[in-house]
Design a protein around this ligand. Structure first.
Ligand SMILES: [Zn+2]
Ligand SMILES: [Zn+2]
Length: 336
């Protein structure tokens, strides 16, 4: 038996750290055993914690943003070795359905994502498919590596706007963790003028620091301002109204935020002027490799984005801190 410590959402709003005894079993074919290092907390974890997520309710072990060290590999595993640092893709896709075969495992149904419908990463030992481990250079600090998951979200979002003409004059609505990550990703991968709309002045400052040319509060955009593409990281009715009316004819609106329910869109103007409404949902494996490369060579900076780090024993405080409006990314250090 091995003692494994883990974070447990015991009931809505309740976070505990507990130790469990897990039997020592040989690794299944194609799997690796990992020692999780840093876990990022995101808004979707808070939805689960407070009972607001449709498919994942307490009690459960949360967590889907993880850096880890590989400690054991099944004999058939290649490409991942003991001692490797890795970020773990939380999408436990079937590998066989139409979406998976098309290279879009983020669309596999039903989605089995760690911390939601698959076991969460908030534990001190875990077994995952080797295919989900993306190896990073040993020079990349493990706390920054935990940021690869939100960066992969942004990389994927930008893959929905591949046309350089659509990136000439962009509006990003919302400058929380993901909005700020998208702003920086746009700067890394090439974009023209970048406008950010965000109510929090501190987050507007960060948006400027990460490359926004203009950052304004909601309601402060010039009346006739229009953009080649709009990324809505909030997905409220008001932000979607802004996005769909501010995008130029022929331009895309990418819904990156998680809407809490159905939304209305001005379909006549979207139909006639070919304004496209696109979704961006999680990422595909290649997005992690791009994210790791950007983090490893310093093109993507995490200073100012990782605001707090808590120990595993302080997990309850970490989730409270993550709910505070002035936090960006809160990490839990899982390893002692
Ligand atoms: Zn997340
Ligand atoms: Zn599948």
């Amino acid at each position: 038996m091995t003692t494994v410590s883990r974070i447990l959402f015991t009931a809505p709003g309740e976070v505990a750290t507990e130790a469990t005894e897990e039997p020592d079993a040989p690794l299944p074919t194609g799997h690796v055993r990992i020692a999780p290092q840093y876990l990022g907390i995101c808004g979707s974890d808070l939805h689960v914690l407070h009972g607001g997520h449709p498919f994942a309710k307490p009690p459960l072990v949360p967590g889907h943003e993880l850096s880890a060290v590989v400690v054991e590999t099944a004999p058939d595993v290649t490409g991942v070795a003991v001692g490797d640092r890795a970020v773990i893709d939380p999408i436990m896709a079937c590998g066989a359905c139409r979406a998976c075969r098309a290279g879009r495992p983020n669309l596999c149904e039903p989605p089995r994502v760690a911390g939601f419908r698959a076991p969460g990463f908030g534990r001190t030992s875990h077994v995952v498919p080797a295919a989900n481990a993306h190896v990073a250079p040993a020079s990349l600090p493990l706390d920054r590596l935990a940021f690869a998951e939100p960066v992969a979200c942004a990389v994927h979002c930008l893959s929905r706007v591949p046309n350089p003409a659509d990136r000439e004059d962009l509006l990003v609505i919302g400058a929380g963790t993901i909005g700020l990550t998208i702003v920086q990703a746009l700067r890394v991968s090439g974009a023209g003028r970048l406008t950010v709309q965000e109510p929090d002045p501190a987050k507007r400052d960060l948006a400027r620091r990460f490359g926004a040319d203009v950052a304004v509060a909601p309601g402060d955009l010039p009346e006739d301002a229009a953009y080649t593409a709009v990324i809505d990281v909030v997905a409220a009715q008001a932000t979607l109204d802004e996005a769909t009316t501010r995008v130029l004819p022929g331009g895309p609106v990418v819904v990156m935020g998680v809407p809490s329910g159905p939304r209305e869109v001005p379909l006549p103007s979207m139909q006639r002027f070919e304004r496209d409404l696109l979704g961006s949902g999680m990422y595909v494996p290649g997005d992690f490799d791009t994210a790791i490369a950007w983090l490893a060579d310093g093109r993507f900076r995490t200073d100012g984005l990782i605001t707090d780090t808590f120990s595993l024993r302080e997990a309850a405080a970490a989730y409270r801190r993550a709910a505070a409006p002035d936090s960006i990314k809160v990490l839990v250090r899982l390893a002692e």
